[in-house]
Design a protein around this ligand. Structure first.
Ligand SMILES: *[C@@H]1O[C@H](CO)[C@@H](O)[C@H](O)[C@H]1NC(C)=O
Ligand SMILES: *[C@@H]1O[C@H](CO)[C@@H](O)[C@H](O)[C@H]1NC(C)=O
Ligand SMILES: *[C@@H]1O[C@H](CO)[C@@H](O)[C@H](O)[C@H]1NC(C)=O
Ligand SMILES: *[C@@H]1O[C@H](CO)[C@@H](O)[C@H](O)[C@H]1NC(C)=O
Ligand SMILES: *[C@@H]1O[C@H](CO)[C@@H](O)[C@H](O)[C@H]1NC(C)=O
Length: 475
């Protein structure tokens, strides 16, 4: 069970086809697009702050991330984000990269929106870059004021782009946003109680109260989501579009297979720290997603927490699930190459998908992110960075697991995005952790180089029929 999924309590309505997805008869050759149901979309993903730079262009105001990285560069691994400034000007070059990859779709967040020819845009309304002005004025997502302002912003972008952009995501990874920003302080705005500071956090917590603020933020965020969805459904030119939210569940395997039950009700444990939704808010949240976005990267072992520390409250602790790197036999989950960010466990991907299908009444699911991060350290050169055989293996395994989830477990997954098109600014990791299918040479005018993984994805997508050949009206 996954605590990331707690936020999935939003009820999703979906028409259910009893027979499940229709998979083509399995060809005997190696896995490719041709194995997936007709119309399945494949793409790559990015987010504005991570690729755009351009901090000083036109009327863009600073976001919490600009100020955070500028004021505390050590919290962003020494990088202040502005190096990426030129990415912004290269959209033509990058559209060409997407075409070269044979992808159908591209996920971006709003300030990078362009209507790309023959590439279907999936737009995230909010991918963590809270305006610093709202942070200063009332504490950003800590305040219920954000709900009205978020709705106004969302209304504006729907009016502006809703005629052409038909796929929307309100929020990216609400659980990570609340946990990393307000429980352990490793992402902007870097708030936490000193006792809850995570090992990866450089410097002090910038104010905050772990075990409280993350709930407030999640509460306001869900209300903001519901308001944005209502605005979307009232927007005339948005008709025919779909809107959802992107969650980031890890899969949890039991630490001790003899004692596999976890869980307790959060309501009981958190009590008065859990803000209450009004009847009206609940009504707006009901059916407030047309599909469920899933970002999947890794899995972990988990144990029932016997002795939660009540003196040191933490959002992450309240689920009474202890995250463990190793199981009771001291075995690590999956595999982890030396330079990998996270353990590789593709079976967890299939299990998460099956779990969401069974637990949440078989919703439509779109994989909004899946990818492999690596830190190359002193070996970070174009030659080493492009020879990313580990990332190629990661993609192969995860595409296979997703295929099994769809064609064997009959999970209704309709699209898949690799994170990421390009190496980018990886939040607190700065530019030192790479996720791209294209290598960015930061020392040489941000030149793009296709990696082995990019070539693999391109070839995988060159087989079978592209949706663009079927659904002309979507383009
Ligand atoms: C998957 O979801 C889509 C969108 O809700 C729906 O049209 C389709 O019938 C579903 N497919 C199955 C097999 O349930
Ligand atoms: C942004 O522009 C202002 C005014 O032109 C300038 O003073 C400032 O240094 C610029 N900041 C950055 C980060 O380039
Ligand atoms: C960001 O870092 C670059 C060098 O890496 C520097 O030239 C630039 O002035 C910095 N920008 C800010 C806003 O501190
Ligand atoms: C660089 O690569 C060599 C050879 O694979 C390896 O022994 C070394 O640990 C690597 N250095 C870093 C910093 O990853
Ligand atoms: C850097 O790359 C951009 C975009 O490809 C190009 O327009 C520019 O001329 C390059 N600059 C240098 C110094 O090579």
């Amino acid at each position: 069970m996954s605590i990331g999924l707690l936020l999935l309590l939003i009820i999703v309505g979906s028409p259910v086809n009893a027979d499940g997805p229709v998979c083509p008869p399995t060809p005997s050759n190696k896995l490719s697009r041709a194995h997936f149901p007709e119309g399945f979309l494949f793409g790559t993903a990015t987010a504005a702050y991570q690729v755009e730079g351009a901090v000083n262009e036109t009327c863009r105001g600073p976001s919490v991330w600009d100020i955070y990285c500028k004021k505390y560069p050590e919290k962003c691994n020494g990088d202040n984000g502005t190096q990426a400034v030129e990415f912004f000007y290269r959209y033509k070059e990058d559209v060409q990269l997407m075409k070269n990859l044979n992808t159908d779709a591209f996920r971006l967040s709003i300030s990078w929106t362009r209507i790309f020819p023959r590439i279907i845009p999936f737009v995230t309304v909010f991918h963590w870059d809270t305006p610093q002005s709202l942070e200063n004025e009332y504490g950003g997502f800590l305040s219920a004021n954000i709900v009205k302002d978020f709705r106004e912003y969302a209304e504006y972008v729907f009016q502006e782009y809703g005629g052409k952009v038909k796929h929307w995501i309100t929020f990216n990874e609400p659980w990570v946003f609340a946990h990393a920003g307000y429980d352990v302080g490793k992402k902007a705005p870097g708030r936490c109680s000193p006792y809850a500071k995570e090992r990866t956090v450089k410097g002090e917590c910038l104010g905050g109260r772990s075990g409280y603020e993350a709930y407030l933020v999640s509460h306001n965020l869900l209300n903001a989501h519901a308001e944005a969805v209502e605005a979307f459904r009232q927007c005339e030119k948005c008709k025919g579009g779909k809107i959802g939210i992107a969650h980031s569940p890890a899969w949890f395997e039991p630490h001790d297979f003899k004692d596999a039950q976890n869980g307790a009700t959060v309501d009981h444990i958190v009590g008065h720290r859990l803000p209450k939704f009004t009847t009206e808010q609940k009504a707006k949240l009901r059916n407030s997603a047309d599909f469920v976005g899933i970002n999947y990267y890794t899995s972990t072992f988990s144990n029932h927490m016997e002795k939660p520390n009540h003196a040191e409250l933490r959002f992450k602790q309240d689920s009474l699930v202890e995250w463990k790197d190793k199981n009771i036999n001291e075995v690590s989950i999956g595999s982890k190459p030396a330079t990998a960010e996270l353990a590789v466990y593709s079976r967890g991907f299939r299990k998460v998908l099956k779990y969401v299908k069974d637990k949440y009444a078989n919703p439509e699911i779109i994989i909004m992110e899946n990818g492999y991060g690596e830190k190359l350290g002193d070996n970070d050169t174009v030659a080493v960075g492009t020879a990313d055989y580990n990332r190629e293996t990661y993609l192969k395994r995860h595409l296979l697991s997703m295929y099994e989830a769809i064609c064997e477990d009959k999970v209704n997954v309709t699209g898949y995005f690799v994170w990421s098109l390009l190496d980018n600014f990886e939040w607190q990791e700065g530019f030192k952790t790479r996720f791209g299918l294209y290598y960015i040479d930061f020392k040489n005018n941000l030149t793009r180089h296709e990696k082995v993984s990019g070539k693999y994805y391109r070839e995988f997508l060159s087989q079978g029929v592209r949706p663009s050949a079927i659904k002309k009206d979507e383009l």
